[in-house]
Each structure stands twice: as structure tokens, then as C-alpha cells.
Design a protein around this ligand. Structure first.
Ligand SMILES: Nc1ncnc2c1ncn2[C@@H]1O[C@H](COP(=O)(O)OP(=O)(O)OP(=O)(O)O)[C@@H](O)[C@H]1O
Ligand SMILES: [Mg+2]
Length: 445
């Protein structure tokens, strides 16, 4: 059983071509053979008309007839005479017939002249059949040459006709998992329309399902935020109560757990928010990228100082981008939070904001361990924290960053910094440049 449609079509069509060719060839061969025999009979009749006037000499191949046609004139005279064979012929009626002569069948046309003398024009049947076969065989040549040509054309047509299907599959394969835009129907053959229609229907249903789940996660996170905040407050209050040493340790662990849960909920909410509403870039306000980053850095400086990390700018150019301020801050905060958490004490984090072509670049380099190459591929997946996760974290930070960057029509690239004397991660975010406002922005910063 052949599974490929192309193989099946090709084999089926080839079988039809060969079968048709063979049947047609056989019929044509038989028809041509019969025609050739009739043609030879008419030659005999014409020769007999000429011999009527006695223009040929008996017993030799007839003049004007090709040697290998082997046509003979047999003069029988007016009365039976000569060899027994000739006398036997005399007993036959005028006309076309086959007789045995010297042990071989002969096609023969017997005629009587007005003066009563009789003659026969004769040709061995074997010679006639050979000629007829040869002529009939020649009619087969075009058909047998046509069959391989038709097979080639069939293969090309089949491959060409199935190409849109291969293209459709390639299109689907190349899609990102979260790309639910409908497949275009334009330019595809009508046979594929039901498939495209069904796939698009499925994409819509998947989209609805994904939306529902996102909303569920967002709602759940939102609903949980209030009780968790209340619990955190209670835990906070416990800190001011005079507790035995052992209980203090437990309260500290409780507070830490609360903090982690709050962080997870906030990250979930952020992710759900940016996944659900990829805002229109044109409608988003102008933001000075450098000011937005400086704001986040200012918030994180105490944390950096705490850990003895040199967090600072290496290069700041004032550039404007379009985006939601909260969205942009969330992205920068998540990137810097990672760098801060993963860079060892006394390390450094360098931030650069500059322009490259039509993009504003935000680059963050740290002196942490970097990300193992095999993990880089999956690092933007939600909840993925690498093969050897360190410390606390939800694994949602980079997913949020990715969503935000995509929402701003930008790109993000992560690469490990390699060198004999250092390691670290370099994060490069490219955002479309909105406008140049150098003086104003640097003045504001
Ligand atoms: N600057 C970095 N240096 C080294 N590893 C990093 C860096 N940034 C991210 N990673 C790795 O990528 C993983 C995923 O990062 P992500 O921000 O998505 O999640 P997280 O930081 O673990 O959790 P969350 O951001 O929600 O608190 C991290 O757990 C860490 O292993
Ligand atoms: Mg993070």
C-alpha cells in the first residue's frame, strides 16, 4: 500500500497510460497488418492487369517490382500443360486464392485472357506476411515513444499539482506555536479550501481556548492577590510580636514564602496582561527609553549596593520609543532583576542605550554565569528556569520580557559573553525608534 498521494497518482496514471498504450498498440497493429495485406492484394491485381497484355515474361520476378517482394508471373497457356503444379492450377477458378506450391503457401491471382490463355500472378504468403508485419510494426513506433514521454509529463504534472499542499504544510510547520492567525486561502487550489477552512476553524477554537485559559490564570492570580497580601500583612505583624527564637525562624521562612507567592502572582498577572492584549504600537505613547531605564535602575540600586554589585550605565543616548510605560518598566525590571540575582557579589552590570540603524538598543551585560547553550533555546518558555535553576524565581520573567518586546514590535537576543577572564550574559533588546529628541530627553534625564 503506497502512502504517498503523489506515488499513488503517478502509479495509477502510469498504469492507465501503459494499459491504454498496449491495447491501442495491439488494435493498431492488427488493423495495419490487415491493411498491408489488402494493399498487397491490390498490387497483385494491378500487376495482373499489366500481365493481361503479356508485357511480362513468365517464371521470373516481375519487372518494375522490387526484388524482395518476390512476385511471379506464371503462364499456364490455353490448355493444361507443363509441370504438374501448373496443371493443378489450371483446375482453379479465376480470382484471388491461397494454394500450396512446392511445399509453401502462395497467394495467387488467377486470370483468363480473352484469347483463352490463362496466367497467375503469385507471391509467397511468407513474404507477404513479413512485409505486412514490418509495416504494421512501424505504426507502433510513435505509440511506444509516446508512453515514456507521457509518464514523464504525468510525473511533472503530479508533482506540480501537489506543490501547494507541500507549501501549506511548510507554512504550518514554520509557524510559531502561538501564531493563531488564519491560513490564507488566496492562491491555493480549491481542493485545499476545505482543509484550510477546517484548519482555520481549529485555529479559532484553539485561540478561544487559549484566551479562556489566559483569562482563568489572570483571574485566579488576581483573586489570590488580595488574600496573599492580607496573609503577608499578618506575617509582617508577627514580626513585631515577641516570639521565641524558633518561632522567629519559622515566621521568617513564612514571610519569604509569602514574598515568593506574591512575586509569582505578579509575574502571572503581568504575563496574562501582555499576552491577552498585544497593544497597537501606533496608539501607544512616546516614552524616553533612557529615562524609563534610569527609573528602574534607581529602584534597584539599593539592592545592587547591598550585594556590592556595580550597576551603572556605560553609554546612554536619548532615544524615544513607543510603548506603555508600565510595560516597558516591567521588561527592564525583569532583565535587571535577573542580572542582579545571578551576578555574584562584587560583580558588575553595564547598561547601554544607543542607536543602531532605525532601532533603539538597550543592552545589559552582567558578570554572572551566563546561560548554558542548550538552555538558551527554551529560555523564553514560561516556567523554564534552565537545567540548573538557582535561587527563587517563577521562571516567568523572560516570557514576560519576550511578550513585551514583541508587543513593542522589537526583538530580543541573549548571548553568552565569552572570554578568558570573564563570563556573563549580554541581553540586547532592539525597539523601533519613534523619533529623535536628543536635547530635550537628555535634559530631562
Ligand atoms: N542574566 C542572567 N544570567 C544567567 N542566567 C540567567 C540570566 N537571566 C536569566 N537567566 C536564567 O534564565 C532563567 C529564566 O529566567 P526568568 O527571568 O524567565 O525566570 P526567573 O528569573 O527564574 O523567575 P522570575 O523572573 O519570574 O522571578 C533563570 O532561572 C536563569 O536560570
Ligand atoms: Mg527573572
Amino acid at each position: 500500500m503506497i502512502r504517498s498521494l503523489r506515488g499513488r497518482l503517478f502509479l495509477g496514471l502510469t498504469a492507465i497510460i501503459i494499459l491504454t498504450g498496449a491495447t491501442g498498440g495491439l488494435l493498431v497493429y492488427r488493423w495495419a497488418f490487415r491493411e498491408a495485406a489488402e494493399l498487397q492484394d491490390s498490387v497483385l491485381i494491378q500487376l495482373a492487369s499489366l500481365a493481361q497484355n503479356g508485357s511480362f515474361s513468365s517464371g521470373r520476378p516481375l519487372l518494375g517490382v522490387e526484388e524482395d517482394t518476390d512476385v511471379w508471373l506464371i503462364e499456364l497457356g490455353a490448355t493444361p500443360r507443363g509441370p504438374a503444379d501448373d496443371r493443378q492450377l489450371f483446375g482453379l477458378k479465376d480470382g484471388l486464392q491461397v494454394v500450396m506450391r512446392k511445399g509453401q503457401p502462395i497467394r495467387l491471382l488467377l486470370r483468363t485472357r480473352p484469347d483463352g490463355s490463362r496466367f497467375a500472378v503469385a507471391q509467397p504468403t511468407a513474404v507477404r506476411d513479413d512485409t505486412a508485419r514490418e509495416m504494421a510494426f512501424r505504426t507502433l513506433l510513435p505509440i511506444s515513444a509516446l508512453i515514456p514521454c507521457l509518464m514523464l509529463v504525468t510525473a511533472i504534472v503530479v508533482a506540480h499539482s501537489l506543490r501547494p499542499m507541500v507549501r501549506l504544510a511548510g507554512n504550518l510547520d514554520a509557524r510559531r506555536a502561538d501564531d493563531l492567525t488564519p491560513l490564507p486561502q488566496a492562491g491555493t487550489p480549491s481542493e485545499l479550501h476545505p482543509f484550510i477552512h477546517s484548519i482555520n476553524g481549529l485555529l479559532v477554537r484553539v485561540g478561544l481556548l487559549v484566551d479562556q485559559q489566559r483569562r482563568f490564570v489572570a483571574d485566579a492570580a488576581h483573586e489570590l492577590r488580595t488574600p496573599i497580601t492580607a496573609l503577608s500583612l499578618q506575617a509582617e505583624n508577627l514580626g513585631s510580636v515577641d516570639l521565641p527564637e524558633e518561632a522567629r525562624g519559622r515566621v521568617a521562612a513564612l514571610k519569604q514564602g509569602m514574598q515568593r507567592t506574591k512575586h509569582l502572582l505578579e509575574q502571572l498577572l503581568a504575563l496574562a496582561r501582555y499576552e491577552a492584549a498585544p497593544a497597537e504600537r501606533g496608539e501607544m505613547p512616546l516614552i524616553a527609553l533612557d529615562s524609563a531605564v534610569k527609573q528602574v535602575v534607581a529602584d534597584l540600586l539599593p539592592q545592587a549596593l547591598d550585594r556590592g554589585i556595580d550597576l551603572g550605565f556605560q553609554l546612554v543616548e536619548p532615544h524615544m520609543v513607543r510603548g506603555e510605560p508600565v510595560m516597558l518598566a516591567t521588561m527592564v525590571r525583569n532583565l535587571l532583576d535577573n542580572a542582579l540575582r545571578l551576578t555574584p557579589r562584587a560583580g558588575r552590570i553595564d547598561i547601554g542605550i544607543y542607536r543602531q540603524d532605525e532601532a533603539a538598543i538597550l543592552q545589559i551585560e552582567d558578570t554572572g554565569p551566563g546561560i548554558a547553550s542548550p538552555d538558551l533555546e527554551r529560555i523564553f518558555e514560561p516556567f523554564f528556569r534552565g537545567s540548573s535553576p538557582e535561587g527563587d524565581g517563577s521562571g516567568l520573567g523572560l516570557s514576560i520580557v519576550k511578550r513585551v518586546v514583541e508587543g513593542l514590535a522589537g526583538e530580543i537576543a541573549l548571548e553568552n559573553i565569552t572570554g578568558s577572564d570573564r563570563s556573563g550574559l549580554r541581553v540586547t533588546v532592539r525597539l523601533p525608534l519613534a523619533a529623535d529628541r536628543p536635547n530635550e530627553v537628555s535634559g530631562a534625564a
